[in-house]
Design a protein around this ligand. Structure first.
Ligand code: PHB
Length: 364
């Protein structure tokens, strides 16, 4: 029987165990939105994860939606991330980067020249984002023209190349949690006509073209994708048929030979089976549509993670908040030791406190 602590090969990624660090926004980028020395230390401390999926990172200046989140579109950012990947590799870990475009979850004060956020739609959600001056209502978006999409796809491709140049072992494309690619997927947001709007095949087109471009650039075997059929994050209603939508997406992704799908089960960071998702998503049925690796996430604990892997429901399990407060989470899970309390007030922004000062078992 396979255990959570057994090694795993995901495409070309060789993991020492099946415990994945989920991507986690911490808003601690420094000059030029590059990771600084504290971020190097933070990831180095967590290198015993089978795989680190580094935090959501902007593919371009237009992709930003929160103050202090890092990018992967400048030489300075690539150099900063190189320090991170080198430290994780020296410590024996594996690390990939999550490629992010927030779409309409943004604010003009965060965007070049005070530009409007861009999306599949011009409709503004009733959501807030985190600016230099604190939380603010997101700004009204502008709907991207179809003739702008090749440039957007090229940005994803270049970001993937930059990630490899920065020493990452691969990338995860963020198509979850109501951000740009999810804004194209869902009929609750995407009100376009033409090749990227209307039926499911059209709404999935942008994601598939992005995945093809990234895979062509760096290799499908080190490329994954994150999906969240049941989340309503940032005032984004569910698709009218999330099961059918995601079934189609997985049918189209499967032949690309990707390393993995990373599935957020339920409301991201919240309930695993929200009553509002009715009928509930059948994740096992979705998994049968995809032949690559299957990472699951959202609210797992030691027992449920061990069960997910031993039953074959998942190849690996991603943990978010437990990895923030427990740098040696793998050892703590293995030994069934205690866990540090999360200090939630220190999640976003700031410095070492609540970031690199959580003790290991040895230190405690
Ligand atoms: C956030 O910054 O709050 C955030 C980022 C990426 C996610 C979810 C939340 O997927």
């Amino acid at each position: 029987m396979t255990s959570l602590f057994d090694p795993l090969r995901l495409g070309e990624l060789d993991l020492a165990n099946r415990i994945v660090m989920a991507p986690l926004t911490r808003n601690r980028a420094v000059d030029g939105l590059a990771p600084g020395p504290l971020t190097v230390e933070y990831y180095r401390q967590r290198a015993s994860a089978g795989l680190i999926i580094a935090e959501a990172t902007q593919i371009s200046p237009m992709a930003q939606g929160y103050f202090g989140t890092p990018g992967i579109h400048s030489a300075q950012q690539v150099a900063g991330w190189r320090q991170v990947t080198d430290a994780v590799h020296v410590a024996g870990g594996r690390i990939i980067l999550q490629l992010w475009h927030v779409g309409r979850i943004s604010h003009t004060s965060l965007l070049p020249g005070g530009a409007s956020p861009v999306s599949s739609t011009a409709r503004r959600p009733n959501a807030q984002c985190f600016t230099r001056d604190g939380f603010a209502d997101v700004s009204a978006p502008r709907a991207l023209r179809d003739d702008e999409l090749p440039g957007l796809i090229a940005d994803y491709r270049q970001a993937a190349r930059n990630a490899i140049d920065a020493g990452f072992d691969g990338v995860e494309v963020h198509s979850a949690n109501s951000y740009l690619l999810d804004q194209f997927l869902r009929d609750s947001v995407n009100d376009r006509s033409g090749p990227y709007g209307g039926p499911i095949e059209n709404r999935a087109r942008l994601l598939i073209e992005v995945m093809q471009a990234v895979a062509a650039e760096i290799g499908a075997a080190r490329t994954g994708v994150r999906l969240s059929p049941a989340t309503t994050f940032c005032d984004t209603p569910l698709d009218s048929d999330p099961q059918a939508l995601h079934g189609h997406v997985l049918d189209r992704l499967s032949p690309l030979g990707l390393a993995f799908v990373h599935m957020i089960e339920g409301e991201t960071g919240g309930e695993r089976a929200p009553a509002s998702v009715n009928p509930p998503i059948d994740y096992a049925a979705l998994r049968r549509r995809f032949k690559g690796g299957w990472i699951v996430n959202n609210g797992y604990d030691r027992a449920s993670a061990m069960q997910a892997v031993s039953s074959g429901a998942a190849d690996a399990v991603a943990f978010g908040r437990p990895f923030i407060s427990n740098p040696d989470l793998v050892r703590r899970l293995r030994e069934n030791a205690g866990y540090n309390e999360l200090r939630a007030n220190l999640l976003y922004g700031g410095a070492a406190e609540g970031y690199t000062d959580y003790p290991t078992l040895d230190a405690a």
